[in-house]
Design a protein around this ligand. Structure first.
Ligand code: SF4
Ligand code: SF4
Length: 164
C-alpha cells in the first residue's frame, strides 16, 4: 500500500456530507494485496466477507508507448460494496449507493485502511474534489494483475443457484 500523507479534511467533508462516498466507493490499488504472502487469498478474504466486490472497467486506457487502446477488454478491480450491493433487501433506498463504510460521522475505516482512490481524493473548498489516482489509473494498475483477480474469484464459494 502506498504511504500517503493523511489529507483528510473532516470539517469540509462534514459540510459536504460525504458526496464522494455516496456515489461510488473508491477503488483499491493492487499493492495492498501484492504485499501479502498470498495476494489472491487476501483479496478473496475481503470478497468472501461481503464487504468488498469487484467492479468492471470496460476498455484499456491508452497510454502512449505503454498500452494500446482496447475497448473490448474488461478489467476487474476491487472496491468496498455499496449498501444496496451488500444488502439487496435494503430498506432505505436513499442510502443504496452509499459505501458500506460511510457513517454519519464519516468513513469508519482508518485513513490507512481506505482504498487508494479515497486516500488520494483531495478535498476542495468548492467541492470540486479531484483525485490524481482515478479510474483510469486503477485500470492501468490492475491490468497486469488480472490473474490475481481471477484466482481470488475462483476461490469464492459458488453462488446459490449458479452453475456448478
Ligand atoms: S472529499 Fe470532497 S466530495 Fe468527498 S466528502 Fe470531502 S468535500 Fe465531499
Ligand atoms: S471507504 Fe471510506 S472514504 Fe472510501 S468511499 Fe467508503 S466511506 Fe468513503
Amino acid at each position: 500500500m502506498n504511504r500517503q500523507k493523511n489529507n483528510e479534511h473532516r470539517t469540509l467533508c462534514a459540510r459536504c456530507g460525504g458526496q464522494c462516498c455516496r456515489t461510488r466507493p473508491g477503488i483499491e490499488a493492487p499493492e495492498r494485496f501484492l504485499a501479502q504472502p498470498d495476494p489472491a487469498a487476501a483479496l478473496a478474504a475481503l470478497l468472501i466477507q461481503n464487504e468488498w466486490g469487484l467492479e468492471t472497467h470496460y476498455g484499456v486506457p491508452y497510454t502512449p508507448g505503454v498500452t494500446a487502446p482496447d475497448p473490448d477488454r474488461i478489467i476487474k478491480y476491487p472496491r468496498p460494496l455499496t449498501i444496496g450491493e451488500q444488502d439487496i433487501e435494503n430498506k432505505d433506498p436513499s442510502r443504496s449507493d452509499d459505501c458500506i463504510y460511510l457513517t454519519p460521522t464519516g468513513c469508519s475505516l482508518t485513513f490507512e485502511a481506505r482504498p487508494r482512490m479515497c486516500r488520494e481524493l483531495v478535498p476542495d473548498s468548492c467541492f470540486e474534489c479531484e483525485s490524481p489516482w482515478g479510474r483510469r489509473e486503477a485500470a492501468l494498475a490492475w491490468l497486469p494483475h488480472q490473474d490475481l483477480v481471477l484466482a481470488a474469484s475462483a476461490a469464492l464459494p459458488p453462488q446459490e443457484g449458479g452453475c456448478p
